[in-house]
Structures are given as C-alpha cells and as structure tokens.
Design a protein around this ligand. Structure first.
Ligand code: ADP
Length: 226
C-alpha cells in the first residue's frame, strides 16, 4: 500500500498542491483527473520522489523507486540509442538479463531505429514497454492515452486490466474523464491542486454527466447558434 499524507508542493510563491491525502492499494487502479495545470504531473512526480515536497509518501517496501515504473507524459529519449538498446538499458538498471524484445514488442515498434527519432506516441509506447518488462509492482502512468493511436489505446486499456489482475498498484492521470472510467476502481478529481472529489466506480456515470453539464453548460450559452 502507498499512503500519501499531507502532501503539498509549491514552485516559489505558486502553491501547486495543497494537503493531498490518498491511499493506494495493490490490485486497484486509481485515476487522477483534472484540467491542464491542475497539478497531476506534479503530484505524480512528487509521489515518485522526483520532486521535493512537503508531507509524507509511505510505501510498505520502501524505497518506492525500486518498485516503481514511471511513465512520463512526454518521455525524452537519449540520442543515438536504438529502441532495442533503450529496453536493454532499462532492464540492466534492474539487474534483469533479457534480450528477446522482438517477441515482447507489443506495439510493433521499430526497435532497430534511434528512439530519439520516434514520434511522441512511439516514445511513450517504448517507455511503457520498458516499465512493463521491468515487472514493477507500482505503475504511475502520466497521461498514457494522450497522443497515442486508438489501437494502442485499446492495448493499454487491456494491459492495465492485466496489471490489476497481477495485484499491482496502478495510478493513471488524464485530463479526459472518459479515458479512465473503463479501467479505474476509483477516480480522484484534482482541481487547482486540491482533491475536490473522490468517486468509486458505481458513481462514475453520474459524475461524468455532472462534469459534462458544468463544462458544456457554461460554454454553450456563450454561442448564439442559429
Ligand atoms: P497537470 O499535469 O495537471 O497539467 P502540472 O503538474 O504539470 O499540471 O502543473 C501544475 C502547475 O504547476 C502549473 O501551473 C504549472 O505551470 C506549474 N509547474 C509545473 N512544473 C513547474 C516547474 N518545474 N516550475 C514552475 N512551475 C511549474
């Protein structure tokens, strides 16, 4: 289990996260949904230990970083490293000797090409393949569906379901609620750095229509359609 207690984060005078308290259990998928700028990436980076923050992140098998697969919203690849070499490197970092990547290349990536030349979506798929091959117990996926083609989106949804069945702790963020509703057990709404609402699966439909009404209600009134 991961326990987040009173997590706050500021960049200078800009308070980005305010007193976040959350718990994440194995075998569950948790969504963090919020508009761009709400603080999702900062929250994930703080949990991962990449950002300094106030408050505690407790994890049973501390340190969390040894068990964590973190998918960046926009992964950056080193220059002159092929997809194959990237996978080899991330596995060496965990002491795993594996070279048979072609059979596990579930997104059909051109592993012989330099990863730096991949599109944003391909880089994301390569980074995701890497953290899956590492067999991490905890997965934090920052906007995994964003910028990725529909077929890969479907693969990612199925992967998340399999990871849940394997008793992993899975955290996913999105700025679009509907992308999370199929896979998540619980969704936390993050607004301006505060958890505004936490909703269990049985209430997703009601929450989605409530959010749609709030967003569309105000916007559509401004246009005088004829
Ligand atoms: P989200 O992932 O929900 O789009 P972010 O966590 O990326 O939101 O950003 C939340 C806020 O924190 C934004 O206002 C953003 O400009 C600010 N922010 C993020 N990273 C930094 C940084 N390194 N320095 C200063 N401000 C930052």
């Amino acid at each position: 289990m991961i326990r987040i207690k009173h997590l706050s984060k500021a960049y200078g005078n800009h308070q980005v996260l305010r007193d976040i308290n959350l718990e994440f259990e194995p075998g569950h998928v948790y969504g963090i949904v919020g508009a761009n700028g709400a603080g999702k990436t900062t929250l994930f980076r703080s949990i991962a230990g990449i950002e300094n923050h106030d408050g505690e992140v407790e994890y049973a098998n501390s340190p969390l970083k040894n068990d964590l697969g973190f998918l960046d919203a926009q992964p950056i690849m080193m220059s002159k490293i092929t997809g194959w070499e990237y996978l080899k490197l991330v596995l060496i970092s965990r002491g795993i000797a594996e070279e048979n990547f072609e059979s596990q290349n579930l997104f059909d990536l051109p592993l012989g090409q330099y990863a730096e030349t991949y599109s944003t979506g391909m880089k994301k798929k390569l980074a995701l393949t890497g953290i899956l091959l590492q067999a991490n117990q905890v997965l934090i996926l920052d906007e995994p569906f964003n910028g990725v083609d529909i077929q890969s989106n479907l693969i990612i949804i199925e992967l998340i379901k399999k990871l849940k069945a394997l008793n992993k702790i899975i955290l996913i963020s999105s700025h679009i609620f509907s992308t999370l509703s199929e896979t998540c057990d619980q969704i936390h709404l993050l607004k301006e750095g505060v958890i505004e609402k936490s909703v269990l699966k049985k209430d997703f439909t009601a929450l989605e229509s409530e959010m749609k009404d709030i967003i569309l209600g105000n916007q559509l009134k401004q246009i005088n359609l004829r």
